[in-house]
Design a protein. Sequence first.
Length: 93
Amino acid sequence: MPNAIFEDFDGLIKSVLTGDQDSAWKYFGSIQLILELDPRLSNHESEALTYIDYNLAEAFKQKSPHIISPRITGLRHSIERRTTGIDGFPLRK
């Protein structure tokens, strides 16, 4: 899994905070592509991705990243638990 996905998560949240819809959809598309190509994608992660997809426009409409940020955080933590660093240990336990 490319570590760039973690930068995409950060970029997505920042884009929602600043109201930059084009960048937000770009970051989301990148996250979605990386995860859809990952054979280890769990049902939980897939559901979180779907939730973010359906609610990203609403986050812009209400100007609130809090609509999607819990799911983004959960998705990020799930990926960190199954991703190993250069030392061979998971990024998160």
